[in-house]
Structures are given as C-alpha cells and as structure tokens.
Design a protein around this ligand. Structure first.
Ligand code: CP3
Length: 344
C-alpha cells in the first residue's frame, strides 16, 4: 500500500521534494495557548496525566502551524515514576526524583506489569489523538532511552555531566546494569502500549548519550536502544523508530545499523553536509537547526534553514531542530522557519 503521510514516507526511505517538518517540544511554554492550558491543569505532571488536556496541548501546535507530525505530550520521567520512583518538578529548576543507587532500592521497584496502572492516562491521550488528528498528520509516541532515564533515576535530578550515573557504573556495575535492564524492559512495555493505542512512530530520546565514552557508549546507549527497537519491531512489524543519540558526533556514523532505527535524529553539533555524506547515506535523518534561531529569527534563521534543507535534499530527511525549542522562542520565528522549509 502506498504510504500517504509524508513523515512515514521519509521514514521508509523516500526522498521528498519538501521535507516533512515537526519540532521537538513543539507543545511548550513559548506558546500562549500552552501556558493557558497548563495553568488550567495546575502543575506539569497533572497536565501529563490528564488525557483531555494533554491531547489539547499536543494539538495546539498542529492547529497553529500544520506540522506534519504531532508528538504525544508526556515526559521521559513518567516511566521511572511508574516503576515506583517519587517524581516532582521544582519551578525554575526542573525534575526531582527519589534516587536509586543500591541493590535493595532496585529490588523495590514495581514489577513490569504494574507500570500501566500509572501510565494508562498516557495511552488514553494517544487514543484521543489518533481520533482527533488531521488525517495527514503522523502521531509520534516516545520514551527516554535507558541511559538518559538512568541518569535521572540515579542522581535524582538533571546533572550537567551525569556524574552520579558514571560513578555508579564504576563503583557498582551490577546495580547499574540492573537499572539499565529494568528501564529497557519497562520501555519496551511502555512503547508497545503506545503503539497499540495508536502511535504510528516512536522516538527514543538519549539526550545524554554524548557523555558516554568508547565501549560504555556501545554498552549503555547503542545496545539498550537496539534491544528496545528489535523487541518493538518483532511485536509490531513495520513500526518506524527514530533514535536521538544526542552528542554522538561522529559516532552517528553506522548508527542506523547498530540500533536498527529507521531514522537518526541529529543535534546541532554535527554539520549537515558532513552528516548527509556519512549518516544519511544509510537512511533517514532528522534535524538539525539550532534552537537558538527560534529566539533570534531573521535572515540567519532563513539562511540556516535553507542550508540544512539543501544539504539533506538528496536523501530522506525530516526537518527539525537539533534539540527542543526553548520557552523564550518567538512563535513568529517558528512560522518563518516553516515558511522557509515549505516555500524555499
Ligand atoms: O517534544 C514534545 O513536545 C513532547 C513532550 C516532551 C516533553 N519532554 C514535555 C515537557 C518530551 C519528548 C520531553 C522529553 C524529555 N523530558 C527529555 C528528553 C529530551 C530533551 O529535551 O533532551 C528530558 C531530558 C526530559 C526531562 C525534563 N522534563 C526536564 C529536564 C524538564 C524541565 C525542563 C524545563 O525547561 O523546565 C521537563 C519538563 C517538561 N517536559 C516541559 C515540557 C513541555 C516543561 C514543563 C512546564 O510546562 O513547566
């Protein structure tokens, strides 16, 4: 059957005259309508677990801009919470979790079949979205990759260098590996349910992959993602997967084959012309405009957008930012980026 949705066509390896486009964190605080719904929900987690309101904020950027994909509104830290970690968000600072660093704490995590009690509202959001999205819009589900999720579970918060997770890996490798394995199994179960509820693509965010060196990068970024992708594709044949090993740099070369992902999302640290030659030759790529252009706009935004589109024009490409859009971005700059991608 011929695939109609542009994102699915790009993920299947097709080179399109105009790349499909969506944006990481496209539902977020740069949009006044997001802030209004967020205020209605109360706090961020209440919004994540309210299917009607989570679906509403997912739809807002689709209504405003007509992006080619919607990404489920949720967070990578809902899975640790479902596994039994306490989770809360401190305004202006970010997430906080109860820490897991010992064999006892690992043993106290909930069994896998119990995670859905917490995560059911997320699947409900996916179901609402698969009914309400325009027929040309692709619905993307997601989870954090095990290493990135583990860095938050071990430190209890975001850390600039992921020091606590690296320390546990050195000091107690069995417990560290146990945490990675538990997250890997949980992610397979979580994403399978998202797919069953209607997600048409799933994305794995390994936001801190760049801090893993050498064999650790293979063992704890590449291999867990490979295991998740293989399990998902065995259970849901044909499900396309996007992997985002942020900070991987030249290690993005060969990543399609190593992970089994259909698309590699590129951060803004890799040059598009280089990536076209060394990464895109192996499959679809997504990226990689610097998010700061959404704040500064103007001629630089237009020139950079055109440069990236031109560099990736000879292969399958999904236009996106290199990382999430920031709260200080201007909604008008997002429109300018879209007009540039679609209008030349
Ligand atoms: O892309 C999307 O629009 C989908 C929804 C989404 C969110 N977080 C919503 C969110 C996705 C895919 C994420 C992923 C996520 N969450 C990552 C990986 C991607 C990345 O950015 O590297 C990480 C590391 C997290 C953990 C997390 N969640 C942090 C560190 C924070 C605080 C950031 C901040 O700026 O305050 C969050 C909160 C969060 N997740 C917000 C949103 C829209 C802001 C919450 C708010 O409304 O106050």
């Amino acid at each position: 059957m011929t695939q109609q949705k542009t994102i699915l066509r790009a993920l299947a390896g097709e080179t399109l005259p105009t790349p499909p486009i969506w944006m990481m964190r496209q539902a977020g605080r740069y949009l006044p309508e997001y802030k209004a719904t967020r205020a209605q929900a109360g706090d961020f987690l209440s919004l994540c677990y309210n299917p009607e309101l989570a679906a509403e904020v997912t739809l807002q950027p689709i209504r405003r801009y007509g992006f080619d994909a919607a990404i489920l509104f949720a967070d990578i830290l809902l899975l640790p919470q479902a596994l039994g970690a306490d989770l809360w968000f401190v305004t202006g600072e970010g997430p906080r979790l109860s820490t897991i660093t010992t064999a006892d704490e690992l043993a106290q995590l909930k069994p896998l079949d119990a995670i859905h009690d917490t995560l059911n509202p997320v699947y409900e959001t996916v179901k609402i979205l698969s009914q309400e999205l325009p027929k040309e819009t692709t619905l993307i589900g997601f989870a954090g990759a095990p290493w990135t999720v583990a860095t938050y579970m071990i430190a209890g918060k975001g850390t600039p260098d992921q020091g606590p997770a690296h320390a546990l890996l050195r000091e107690n490798r069995p417990v560290f590996e146990g945490i990675i394995d538990r997250i890997t199994d949980g992610t397979i179960a979580y994403l399978s349910k998202q797919i069953e509820a209607g997600a048409e693509v799933v994305k794995l965010f390994d936001s801190w992959a760049g801090s893993l060196a050498d064999q650790d990068f293979i063992d704890f970024s590449v291999n867990p993602m490979q295991r998740i992708i293989a399990a998902l594709k065995a259970a849901h044949p044909g499900i396309p997967v996007i992997a985002f090993p942020r900070g991987a740099g030249t290690r993005n070369v060969g990543m399609h084959a190593a992970t089994g992902a259909d698309c590699i999302a590129l951060d803004d640290g890799v040059d598009a012309a280089w990536a076209a030659e060394h990464v895109q030759i192996h499959g679809c790529v997504q990226g990689n405009l610097k998010s700061s252009h959404m704040v500064t706009g103007g001629a630089d935004l237009v020139a950079e957008t055109r440069r990236i589109c031109a560099a990736f024009s000879k292969g399958p490409h999904i236009f996106n930012l290199g990382h999430g859009i920031t709260p200080d971005a201007s909604p008008d700059n997002v429109q300018l980026m879209i007009d540039t991608v679609r209008g030349g």
